[in-house]
Design a protein around this ligand. Sequence first.
Ligand code: PMP
Ligand code: GLN
Length: 384
Amino acid sequence: MNPLFAGLPTTIFTRMSALAVAHKAVNLGQGFPDFGWPDDVVARAAEALTTGSNQYAPMRGLPELRRAVADHYRRHQALEVDPEEVTITSGATEALAAAIAALVTPGDEVLLFQPLYDAYLPLVLRAGGVPRYVRLTPPDWRITAEALAEAFTDRTRLVLFNNPHNPSARVFGEAELGLLAEACVRHDTVALSDEVWEHVIFDGRRHVPLAALPGMKELTVKIGSAGKIFSLTGWKIGWVVAPPPIAGPIANAHQFLTFSTAPNLQAAAAYGLGKDEVYFRTMRADFAAARDALVAGLAQAGFATLPAEGTYFVCVDLAASGIRSDDATFCERAVREAGVAAIPLSAFYAENPATNVVRLCFAKTPETLAAAVERLAAARKLFR
Ligand code: PMP
Ligand code: GLN
């Protein structure tokens, strides 16, 4: 048995969702919307199920979806993408696994930003990569030139980057992206840029893909996911866009992970990516309204929140909220004793964790959010 996987605990998302069910808690832990999805996208999938093929899709993905991804990025992010550069995967998770398997050989240094999405580190370690960390610190989670200079070495082969960032809800600005791009170009290092939250950004911000920075088109592998764009997290339709010399090896890894992905859901994702700008604008406005409702409710209940610039998460600063507890204890007691599930940020660190921040998901109906605020107010009282 491989001790790396044998020794891993169940993910914090699975654990918290199970506790939420067991304690009949309101679940603001694991990130998934509870208000449905675009009906036309689901209708397109139903149509494709009954009238289309139910056999293996082409290994690199349906041509119509590969084209739709390329068109989508041209239209929304002014990126020149050839459909040949696109591989469709079973969620962003498989895209990460295929890219890391293809790009990392034993002994390669891989730069990771902490807090980090939970799948990154086990995949890097399984590939024999040697992790090096850039630690981002609340409340501003800023990337600095000094931190990058310290982490990059001559052996850095890959940078695993995530923007907008889960779990901090930060959207890194052009200055920070510029620092990262400069470092990648200087060291000729490929960046694996997890941009699954690219459409979920607020307050007039625009998503800047890392590939758009000078010198980065040839050095960026970009990952996206239909799960986030259409509130269809269960579908697990993702994709990876890579420059031609890198796209082939990644597709080779994908062919022995899953080979191909459900054709009908791919057809529906292709349809969805072509939706009018109004859909994307409305989605952002709806999420922003949910964020504002939760933040206002939390403020009234005495909680201090950090800025939520992107993703459908908001972080609560426990210390600034006057709660004398570490994040893990707070979440454990909140779900068991107050009936509300959250995610402790310490779960996203490999070392030296921040322990005063918890993450809440606001992709929920107004009723769910109101119930959650009530229970969080009760959870607060547990620590007086
Ligand atoms: N990367 C990040 C940063 C995520 O937040 C998520 C899902 N929340 C994923 C990857 C996984 O995406 P998928 O569900 O498409 O596998
Ligand atoms: N990505 C989701 C989150 O951050 C969870 C995905 C999962 O449960 N693996 O909450």
